[in-house]
Design a protein around this ligand. Structure first.
Ligand code: SF4
Ligand code: SF4
Length: 416
């Protein structure tokens, strides 16, 4: 049997999927920005805030994904994927369902009393849902177990607790009062989309060359944004949800006529049914840029070492001489274990004949998620001809078996 509201059903299925993803992403560390620990989680990998290249490519990739989706599919993100839209529609559906139930079950009550009960029940459910939604939202920025401890102790003193209480209050106000007004007043994406779209971008369009419209206005009544799609396909309020397409198909279907509202590839372009979107140079370029960012991200992830090793010379004093003429240079190291396993780093020196490394312990252990800093000395017999000797410090990380060569200079007094 063919569904009477195919777009509505598809959209609600996508909404459920998006809600499950919204729920799962921070808990599975697919994407999460842990502010207290200064970590960025992407695709299960823990990135440190100093891994700028990867974070940059990730954010640029995600931003460009939105741009590409706008060029190709217009406001589809708004109608199908946006959390504001999903929760606003859910809140409106909840309110009308509660109203229907109360009106039906308590038909002997006065209308004003029933309406008061509807408001109380609605606010109660939205308040409870706001706590849950705020919890999930803040989990994107604070570790969920830590957040749960704060919530259980009703913490409203620390920054995390205050943020939780504020987001809960804002969520409640948003989904009980603001709802879809947010899309046309606060959200910049609708205006941005106007700049990104072109003559081939997906649109919801009313076409009635043979004057078949029966003026039933069902397309207007079902529109969650309260607009009339017949006036223009470019109204800033239109989020491409296709509720009006389903409505018109259903009304005219009863008269055995095709609907007058469609998804089309641009105002003058063909219907999407049976036609592909026309391609042009702009589409090729934006896809190539997206591919460029995806490749950069892939390469940066591939080159990433789980233990970050940094070594720098301490040049407060260029060198130190001991009485028997040996020359000492001091170096500072910093090790950051970005993996979930314990690791150890072994240092050695190369290309500096006769030199020895004074470092204990060597290997140096680093616990998961921890950083270790320290200093060591390298000494070399005196009498070097050149005051600057180039050599290499080699770090070997276990268990990853990653070896890094760090070019370094050794300073000595000339001819000593
Ligand atoms: S639902 Fe279709 S027939 Fe009815 S007013 Fe809208 S466009 Fe016209
Ligand atoms: S005009 Fe149609 S597609 Fe646009 S928001 Fe209203 S119902 Fe959705």
């Amino acid at each position: 049997m063919v569904s009477k509201s195919p777009w509505h059903r598809l959209r609600k299925r996508v909404h459920v999927l998006c809600f499950l993803l919204f729920l799962a992403l921070p808990f599975l560390d697919v994407i999460r920005f842990d502010i207290p620990r200064q970590r960025f989680y992407f695709a299960g990998r823990e990135l440190w805030i100093n891994e700028f290249a990867i974070i940059f490519f990730t954010l640029m990739f995600l931003m460009f994904l939105v741009v590409v989706s706008s060029v190709f599919y217009g406001r589809v993100y708004c109608g199908y994927l946006c959390p504001q839209m999903i929760f606003s529609e859910a809140s409106m559906a909840l309110e009308s369902r509660l109203r229907r139930r109360v009106m039906k079950k308590l038909s002997h009550w006065k209308p004003a009393a029933r309406e008061r009960l509807v408001r109380v029940l609605f606010y109660f459910v939205v308040a409870a849902a706001s706590v849950g939604l705020a919890f999930i939202f803040i989990s994107y920025f604070v570790e969920p177990r830590d957040l749960f401890r704060r919530l259980a102790s009703l913490d409203i003193r620390t920054a995390g607790g205050i943020a939780g209480a504020s987001v809960t209050a804002l969520t409640f106000l948003d989904f009980s009062l603001v709802r879809l007004r947010f899309c046309t007043t606060v959200c910049p994406y609708g205006y941005l989309q106007g700049m990104l779209g072109d003559g081939h971008t997906l649109l919801v369009h009313y076409r009635d060359e043979t004057h078949e419209c029966i003026e039933c206005k069902k397309c207007v009544r079902v529109c969650p944004m309260g607009i009339d799609i017949r006036e223009s396909p470019f109204q800033i309020e239109c989020v491409h949800c296709a509720e009006c397409i389903d409505a018109c198909d259903e009304v005219l279907g009863r008269l055995k006529k095709p609907g007058l509202i469609h998804y089309v590839w641009g105002e003058k372009g063909p219907l999407t049914a049976g036609h592909r979107q026309p391609w042009d140079a702009k589409r090729v370029i934006v896809l190539l840029v997206l591919l460029g960012y995806a490749s950069g991200l892939f390469v940066a992830m591939g080159m990433r070492h789980s233990v970050l090793v940094q070594v720098a010379p301490v040049r407060a004093t260029l060198y130190k001489l001991d009485p028997d003429g040996r020359v000492y240079n001091r170096f500072r190291y910093s090790l950051s274990n970005r993996s979930p396993r314990p690791a150890a780093v072994i240092f050695s020196i190369h290309e500096l004949p006769g030199a020895s490394l004074a470092l204990s312990p060597n290997p140096i252990s680093v616990q998961p998620g921890a950083s270790v800093q320290g200093e060591f000395e390298i000494s070399s017999p005196g009498g070097r001809r050149d005051p600057v000797s180039h050599f290499t410090i080699v770090s070997s990380t276990v268990p990853d078996q990653v070896t890094e060569s760090i070019p370094m200079t050794f300073l000595a007094p000339e001819g000593k």
